[in-house]
Design a protein around this ligand. Structure first.
Ligand SMILES: [Zn+2]
Length: 254
């Protein structure tokens, strides 16, 4: 294995909102709702700054209010202001890896014209023609803004030594997790919505909101297999309690 080119990782805070637990854990806790977080990530690498996801598309926040999702997502949570906390400006970003094109992950893309965006081709195609019952989180203004430069991936791929995308589709047709290798603390699997909550990981539960729940369960199990083999830490996509207890926002991970 080639030596990792990732020097440091930062977890950034895209804010929180309330969501149905049954939409996150297939067939369980259908009567419950809970507050969830929206992390995204920045990486200082030998090939410039990379992002994994970009947080919410803020012009769509009134929709969350209408849907009773009680967003706690302020100006300080937007992509640019979160980067400012770690001393980074948008023009420092050389590449973005996007887990999938839902509005809470792809929302910051309009800040980054002329930056290469790695996305699964299947995700990009679906995002313009989703099934009607899965269309709400696909807000085209977030990923159809002028000047965006797309690099289409088909399955697993090493982007640079230390950053490898792992196809983890099922929640959506082209969801990709990110396998990160840091020089001192080793491997991390950033699962995005392959696992909304840590409970999805622990109990092999696919997301309730799934384009294909069977593939979604395979995705969680594939990431868990990698977790075991590599002795990795597996971060779920939206688990507020997990991030509160185990993660420090804007702190340096080496
Ligand atoms: Zn999603």
């Amino acid at each position: 294995m080639k030596k990792t080119k990732v020097r440091r990782m930062f977890v950034l805070d895209g804010g929180s909102f309330i969501y149905e637990t049954g939409m996150m854990k297939f067939g369980t806790d259908m009567d419950k709702r809970e507050r969830v977080c929206t992390p995204f990530y920045a990486f200082d690498t030998e090939e410039g700054w990379f992002l994994y996801d970009t947080g919410w598309f803020h012009p769509a926040l009134p929709l969350l209010d209408q849907l009773g999702m009680a967003p706690e997502i302020g100006e300080e949570n937007n992509t640019v202001n979160q980067l400012k906390k770690i001393g980074v400006v948008p023009s420092d970003i050389s590449s973005i890896i996007i887990s999938h094109l839902h509005v809470d992950h792809a929302g910051g893309l309009p800040f980054f014209p002329d930056v290469k965006i790695y996305v699964q081709k299947d995700e990009y195609m679906y995002a313009f023609h989703p099934n009607s019952f899965l269309s709400v989180p696909y807000i085209q203004q977030a990923y159809n803004s002028p000047g965006l430069i797309w690099e289409f991936l088909e399955g697993d791929q090493s982007i640079i030594p230390g950053l490898t995308v792992v196809l983890a589709n099922g929640h959506t047709p082209g969801l990709q997790a990110l396998l990160v290798e840091l020089p001192e603390s080793g491997f991390y699997i950033l699962g995005s919505d392959s696992a909304y909550l840590y409970d999805n990981i622990e109990n092999n539960i696919p997301p309730g909101s799934s384009w294909n729940p069977v593939l979604a369960q395979y995705a969680v199990k594939r990431c868990k297999a990698l977790q075991t083999v590599l002795d990795a830490k597996y971060f779920p996509g939206h688990d507020l309690e997990f991030f509160r207890e185990k993660v420090n926002y804007a702190a340096e991970y080496k």
